[in-house]
Design a protein. Structure first.
Length: 195
């Protein structure tokens, strides 16, 4: 995580240097403000984030959704602004870790850590004709290893690009990809609605 956030420390906020990795994402972060008796409405966030309110009113409760590959600047700014538990980013950026859990293995997590952060796996099925399933499966494993290696380097990725967590070949026609949705529920400066 420290290596991932390193570019934030070396680039000043006023710097005009831009790379594909630092590019502004169209729909990387979405925020829902939760207020009593008001229907939540999605707000697409952009950098820089709005300043903290100075009128004495607290920020409302929020639901924050991040889509795909983050930039170090987004992680630093969102974490700082919304006081996000670092565990959220640890889970969302699990693909950066060399200590990968097998996709079929459930990670032991204390129930207390599940109160504000949760993840959902999304599986998409597809079809593609292949004759040799064994060869196709071996290719899928090799492609996934290369893909995860490239994700860790970050050179080919733009903020908001979808992240595939696993790719499996099931038979001569069927394959699946798995993606993960990470959700963080934050209560800022006041208790959760209803408490």
């Amino acid at each position: 995580m420290a290596e991932f956030l390193e570019p934030c420390q070396s680039i000043s906020p006023r710097s005009s240097i831009r790379s594909p990795r630092l590019a502004q994402a169209d729909s990387f972060a979405w925020l829902y403000e939760l207020q009593p008796e008001v229907s939540p409405k999605a707000i697409r966030l952009s950098r820089p984030l709005p300043k903290i309110r100075r009128d004495g009113t607290a920020d409302p409760n929020i639901l924050l959704f991040l889509r795909g590959y983050p930039s170090p600047e987004w992680v630093a700014e969102l974490g700082s602004r919304y006081k996000i538990d670092p565990e959220f980013f640890h889970r969302h950026l699990k693909f950066l870790s060399s200590d990968q859990d097998k996709p079929t293995r459930t990670r032991f997590v204390l129930p207390s850590s599940q109160k504000t952060i949760f993840q959902m796996s999304l599986t998409s099925m597809g079809t593609q004709e292949c004759i040799d399933v064994r060869s196709k499966r071996a290719d899928a494993v090799a492609q996934m290893e290369t893909y995860l290696h490239d994700l860790k380097k970050g050179d080919k990725w733009k903020c908001g690009n979808s992240v595939v967590r696993s790719f499996e070949v099931h038979d001569e026609q069927t394959f699946s990809i798995q993606q993960t949705v990470t959700v963080y529920v934050a209560s800022i400066d006041k208790p959760w609605i209803g408490k």
